[in-house]
Design a protein around this ligand. Sequence first.
Ligand code: PHE
Length: 347
Amino acid sequence: MTDLNELSQKLASIRQDIETELKEIADSKGIYEYRKTIMDGKAGKIGSLMREMGKIPKDLKAEYGKRVNEIKNWAQDVFDRADEKLKEQEMERRYASEKIDITLPAKKFKKGNLHPNTQVRMQLADIFGSMGFQIYEGTEIETDYYNFTALNTPQDHPARDMQDTFYLGPEFLLRTQTSAGQVHVMENQKPPIKIISPGKVFRSDDDATHSPMFSQMEGLVVDKGITLCDLKGMLDVFVKKIFGEDTKTRLRPSYFPFTEPSVEVDVSCFQCHGKGCRLCKGTGWIEVLGAGVVNKKVLEGCGIDSDIYSGIAFGIGIERIAMLKYGINNIKLLFESDLRVLSQIDD
Ligand code: PHE
């Protein structure tokens, strides 16, 4: 290059090329790549111009340098602005694509619920807790003594046939009733005693309303002057809270070796309100639990003076209450863990 005219032309054409080519570029990454082809000190269209300085006649060097610098600055500026504009557009596109509509309804996570047995157990614990009962947790493996003998049911007593027992050996068994806990409590605690004892019990029994494993909640009160009236009063409160305020209680004579007198407690049918329906088998009453006044022999066996103290006890079948309350006709539904069934029951 020997004259400035030629240089001017060359620079003008570079400028023109840049202006047209730049329009074609759609993103900032493209600008970055393109900028290298122009500005690179070795291969770039503008960047390499300075290297040619050596070939320029001395008197033109200053002007050459000035013009090359000018176009360099111009190009720098053009690229910066194009880059900025594209980056802005890219951000806008990103904002648009990531836009969140905060007015959309939130995704709902399905909330689990407690097992009906647990719900009933907690309701019972609440009700009796509010009457001052404390919770005693017995053990599922018991000795024959605590499950039967101490409860006035010695070997060969016919009442043993009421409960088909799983024996673990001559001495140990799976408790057939939470009543086994009564004896432990009375052996270890002086009256006044007021406990409930929820837990699993086991009997070799299996049909639509019986399961080899089920749950009971025992209640035991021992103090001076406790009578059957106290039992009736407490159970009245309990059935009203569980089955509804207009539910009535009825005591029928029954037999348990460890209570005397013994009663079977019925509630007025909360479905038909006494008219008679399938649930109450047309009688207007539903049996809900067994109870009675603690047999003096049991108190004495635990070292409690039965001339001073008396007691009442009751045993509630938790599954039975759940089945009645929630209209479940087969006890197996409570043990199969089918969420289609269990999730319907959320009190
Ligand atoms: N343990 C008895 C049963 O399982 C119920 C019961 C408890 C009866 C307490 C009277 C007193 O059938």
